[in-house]
Design a protein around this ligand. Structure first.
Ligand SMILES: *[C@@H]1O[C@H](CO)[C@@H](O)[C@H](O)[C@H]1NC(C)=O
Ligand SMILES: *[C@@H]1O[C@H](CO)[C@@H](O)[C@H](O)[C@H]1NC(C)=O
Ligand SMILES: *[C@@H]1O[C@H](CO)[C@@H](O)[C@H](O)[C@H]1NC(C)=O
Ligand SMILES: *[C@@H]1O[C@H](CO)[C@@H](O)[C@H](O)[C@H]1NC(C)=O
Length: 345
């Protein structure tokens, strides 16, 4: 049968959009500082245009994609109200670090064709590669890209995404300090970002701290479910572990002489399944919902009070091509029917 693929796709998109309009009501992330990660490691994900409609319907104005995926970037054309953070693929770093010409080519191929109608605001160089074997490739690529966007007069920030694994110590927050291996690769990057006045992006997962020690870390402290001070750190009182992790990173930076660098929370989230009673839709809903409330409030953290921060939930969909277990269950939505896995609010 020669049924044109496009017609089928169109009909499927319409069905999916109907689903969105039926189901989106429970989710409202409307706030300029809340974003969503859009991961693509699934073989059952909706078409990008359908996903963009979903974002519009729930008020998402910021998204992060992990590589310059052409289908996604094309679907974003014309939606300039959505600010997009685009990642350079880790496997491209070696070639880009070796040559400024390669960086120009990468930019001309992956970014420039979209700039007229896609609101690309940030390019991230490497995802959680510092500290690690390819960590040293990050800074040269950041420098080349920074020079390039500057020479073109483009308002695009160049940064990198790190995890909190570089923290050798994080408890109490004021003891926060980077490991020697992390220092070697991270400090030059932090100093460079200070010079360009560009935030560092940090993935922060209270879930993993809790899952590694559910006996001694309370769930309420982990999911923003208490106002009580649980950890007193000198004059600073902590009622949630997210703030404690964030501030441990701030303290660690300060110890390296990096005092005012902003942090964007590039990923946080909670799996709704995969690890027994620690990972239920209900707990995931509470963590993510409370996280959104927390950053919408503009309260900041004890060490950086009243400072607004951007935060991106991980992730839009459950992704079935990630490792089995919790990793496949961080999504807010089921990719097959686009239904929310739980109500966020
Ligand atoms: C979403 O939340 C914002 C503010 O938090 C509010 O102004 C808006 O009315 C809400 N939208 C819906 C559809 O509930
Ligand atoms: C592009 O995205 C940024 C960040 O979300 C936002 O501040 C800006 O207003 C957007 N631009 C347009 C034209 O909407
Ligand atoms: C929990 O804390 C107690 C008392 O401080 C300590 O003895 C125990 O080793 C801790 N358990 C874990 C799993 O860290
Ligand atoms: C933060 O804001 C609150 C409420 O507006 C205010 O009482 C407090 O003094 C502020 N703290 C700092 C350190 O600016």
């Amino acid at each position: 049968m020669d049924c044109p693929k496009k017609v089928v796709l169109f009909i499927l998109s319409c069905i999916a959009i109907l689903f969105i309009h039926k189901n989106h009501v429970s989710l409202n992330v409307t706030a300029s500082n809340v974003g969503l990660n859009y991961g693509l490691l699934g073989n059952n994900l909706p078409a990008p245009s359908v996903v963009i409609s979903l974002y519009k319907s729930i008020g998402v104005t910021k998204i992060r994609i992990f590589d310059p995926n052409t289908d996604v970037l094309n679907a974003l054309r014309g939606h300039r109200d959505i600010g997009v953070t685009v990642g350079v693929k880790d496997q491209d770093l070696a070639a880009l670090a070796a040559s400024e010409e390669a960086v120009k080519g990468w930019f001309a191929t992956n970014i420039e064709p979209y700039l007229a109608d896609v609101n690309i605001t940030v390019i991230t160089v490497g995802n959680e590669v510092i500290p690690g074997p390819i960590g040293p490739q990050v800074l040269p690529v950041m420098q080349s890209l920074t020079n390039l966007v500057k020479s073109k007069g483009l308002p695009i920030s160049i940064s990198t995404v790190v995890s909190t694994s570089g923290l050798g110590q994080s408890y109490p927050p004021s003891a926060g300090m980077f490991t020697p291996q992390a220092r070697e690769q991270l400090i030059p990057v932090l100093k460079f970002l200070s010079q360009t006045n560009t935030p560092i992006l940090v993935n922060m997962y209270p879930y993993f701290a809790y899952a590694s020690n559910p006996i001694n870390i309370s769930l309420d402290y982990t999911i923003f479910n208490t106002e009580a001070v649980v950890v007193q750190d000198g004059p600073l009182g902590y009622s949630n572990i997210f703030d404690a992790i964030f501030d441990a990173f701030v303290w660690a930076m300060e110890k390296e002489g990096v005092k005012d660098l902003s942090i964007v929370v590039s990923e946080t989230g909670w799996p709704s399944a995969g690890n027994g009673e620690l990972t239920t839709p209900d707990i995931a809903a509470k963590y993510n919902g409370n996280f959104v409330k927390h950053i919408k409030s503009g309260k900041g953290t004890p060490k950086r009070p009243n400072s607004s921060m951007d935060g991106y939930l991980f992730a839009t969909f459950n992704e079935n091509q990630k490792p089995t277990g919790t990793e496949q269950n961080f999504g807010l939505y089921d990719p097959i029917d686009m239904k929310p896995i739980y109500k966020l609010f």
